[in-house]
Design a protein around this ligand. Sequence first.
Ligand SMILES: C[S@@+](CC[C@H](N)C(=O)[O-])C[C@H]1O[C@@H](n2cnc3c(N)ncnc32)[C@H](O)[C@@H]1O
Length: 304
Amino acid sequence: MTKHLPVMPEEVIDLLDIRKDGIYVDGTLGRGGHAKLILEKLENGKLYCFDLDEEAIRESKELLSDYDNVVYIHDNFKNMDQYVSEVDGILLDLGVSSPQFDEGDRGFSYRYDAPLDMRMDQEAELTAYDVVNTYERDELVRVLREYGEERNAARIADKILENRPIETTLQLVDVIKSALPAKVLSKKGHPAKQSFQAIRIEVNHELDSLKSFLEMFDHILKEDGRVVIITFHSLEDKLVKYRFKELSTVEDDKRIALRPEEIKEPDYVLLNHGKKASEAELETNNRAKSAIVRGIRRTHGKNR
Ligand SMILES: C[S@@+](CC[C@H](N)C(=O)[O-])C[C@H]1O[C@@H](n2cnc3c(N)ncnc32)[C@H](O)[C@@H]1O
């Protein structure tokens, strides 16, 4: 079993401010790192855990076998409202877990040779092979540019088209390298990192899941409930930041147009303005490098 160190564990627990009899949801179970920290705080409460990855659920069941107040659900966190209502807190720790990267055969890593897969959910239809080998040039450029913030997206897309079919991760790494100027290749960091990230986000529809969740959680969060989200990518963080801001502020137009007594104060308050991992954590957990944690608290019930 590969170990996965939970990112910003103290901050997450602080922000969730767990009630010992509460109902909590871990939308991204992974290897149960954060789930265990939540369970340690619960007494009569219950934890619902979601993951798209069957392997994550199987291994976490073993790791958390001491607890009998956990419900495991193999589904996308965007569908959470089909399983739970009236929850006290929700955690999302987005992206991929260390074991998913390290299990070479999953095709997430540019370091191990494997078929181009990258599916978090082994039952999903779209694979990295499909994206790399069937997408039109323009679609590929969009994916690489938007999700990978890859400045050489067009050059990489052209090389991919020239070299199709591309079967494995290391073949793809070679194709990406052949598209990049020497100046870029000599920089620190793996030259295929951004492209792999982009293809993974596309394969797993990661931003769509996050957008759906951000619209949905308002229906299931109780008064005084909290949502805490750790992101690893600027696009993810922007989505969280804007939605949290929208829920916690009254627009200036409304403030100007309405009389003070007509203004409905927002249902939410921000718990922070986005926090990064400490230097000490970065020394021991490389995954925390690009992490930003944000939290929001529901101040008013749904039917006020
Ligand atoms: C960064 S890991 C979580 C690690 C976990 N917090 C821990 O401490 O062990 C992210 C996990 O979320 C899962 N995941 C990502 N997007 C998901 C989604 N939309 N629905 C359900 N699970 C998802 C991935 O399969 C992965 O196992």
